[in-house]
Design a protein around this ligand. Structure first.
Ligand code: NAD
Ligand code: UDP
Length: 359
């Protein structure tokens, strides 16, 4: 049988995972999606399938497995099932995690078990099936409240503000440790530290669908603009920033998706390169635009991009918020040949179009 290779996308029915699956297929990869659907719906998988098949003569198969990453046998079975079909999983992009900061404070054990436990199982199964390339979804939250902005990848991990942030720090350490102690098979990994992904695929076939009332700025802002939720509260206007509101680095989710394609290509190249034969390689990358934007600027940019007013009130600071953070993103540019190309307005327009469609 002719063996083909695939990339396994855990959390593939989620927000970033679904967009990345589309970008991977567009770049010529075969993808296999795994998700336990604890924070997503099967409709996202259908959206991916529609998008990758639009305008194509031949049908592109996108297998989906409803499996929990902590279920060792279930995860192994995904690799085995694909082998039986003549497909070998040669790389993994690991998105699957719980990500609600507030919930993580209430249920830290659930976050440790799900996020760290799931990563441990995945590393074991990757070793069993000799998979050498791992892209891990990390976050700028590993930097805590940075002393210097923009932050580069050498900035220290500061005590995390939440159990969620702690799980990202621990998973990065776990992967690094696993790489150091495993040269046969080796594990090459890219630890991608996302800043603030926003927006949706321009087709509006996939987007961000948080369950319940959103915690994040842009999903909340869109619902507020649609009039289906109370006005947006700007959390804090007395910070030491130009307009008093917090500053973040917002990047379009399609830019982020393309960064994952660049990262997996980088790892495959590392695997093939002779100078690194025999030794594992781990590298962290900041993924952001390199520009900081305040909450009030996001509201103004949304109104400019869509012509829709955002009902909002100025409120108190939210506990645990970092004041200002944005990325020093030159490493990704020089080593992954990736940089964000889409504007804030484009991202907000795509977020709004998705919101209108998913009403
Ligand atoms: P998401 O919740 O939309 O996607 C995560 C997916 O993983 C969901 O579909 C969920 O059902 C699944 N999942 C969770 N635990 C699982 C488990 N044990 N087994 C199998 N599936 C499981 O979130 P997202 O925004 O797409 O985030 C993806 C990754 O990126 C996460 O690791 C998150 O921590 C990280 N991240 C996200 C952001 C952001 O702002 N969205 C920022 C930094 C980092
Ligand atoms: N924010 C806000 N109102 C909201 C949600 C968020 O003012 O309803 C602010 C929040 O204080 C932060 C920024 O928007 O400064 C981005 O918040 P988000 O939760 O999206 O991301 P994170 O805090 O993880 O960077």
């Amino acid at each position: 049988m002719d063996i083909k290779s695939s990339i396994l996308v855990t959390g593939g029915a989620g927000y970033i995972g679904s967009h990345t699956a589309v970008a991977l297929v567009e770049a010529g990869f075969r993808v296999v999606l795994l998700d336990n659907l604890c924070n997503s719906e099967l409709s996202a998988v259908e959206g991916v399938r529609s998008l990758v098949n639009a305008g194509r003569g031949a049908s592109v198969e996108v297998p989906f497995y409803e499996v929990d990453c902590r279920d060792r046998e279930g995860v192994s079975e995904v690799f085995r099932s694909e082998l039986k079909k003549g497909t070998r999983i040669t790389g993994v992009i690991h998105f699957a995690a719980l990500k609600a900061v507030g919930e993580s404070v209430e249920k830290p054990d659930l976050y440790y078990d799900n996020n760290i436990g799931g990563t441990k199982v995945l590393l074991d199964v990757m070793k069993e099936f000799e998979v050498e390339s791992l892209v891990f979804s990390s976050s700028c939250t590993v930097y805590g409240e940075p002393k210097i902005v923009p932050v580069d990848e050498n900035s220290p991990f500061l005590p995390s503000e939440s159990p969620y942030g702690f799980t990202k720090q621990e998973c990065e350490k776990l992967i690094e440790e696993h790489s150091k102690t495993n040269d046969i098979p080796k594990l090459n990994s890219a630890l991608l530290r996302y800043f603030n992904p926003i927006g949706a695929h321009p087709s509006s076939l996939i987007g961000e669908s948080p369950k319940g009332i959103p915690n994040n700025l842009v999903p909340y802002l869109c619902l507020s603009a649609a009039g289906t939720i109370s006005p947006l509260t700007v959390f804090g206007t007395d910070y030491p920033t130009p307009d008093g509101s917090c500053v973040r680095d917002y990047l379009h989710v399609m830019d982020l998706a393309e960064a994952h394609v660049a990262a997996i290509q980088y790892l495959i190249a590392k695997s093939l390169s002779s100078d690194l034969t025999g030794s594992s390689h781990t590298r962290a990358f900041n993924l952001g635009t390199g520009s900081g934007v305040s909450v009030l600027e996001v509201i103004a940019a949304f109104e400019k991009a869509t012509g829709i007013p955002v009902p909002h009130v100025l409120g108190k600071r939210r506990e645990g918020d970092v004041v200002s953070i944005w990325a020093e993103a030159s490493r990704a540019k020089s080593e992954l040949q990736w940089h964000a190309t889409r504007s804030l307005e484009e991202a907000l327009k795509d977020a709004w179009n998705w919101q209108k469609k998913s009403k």
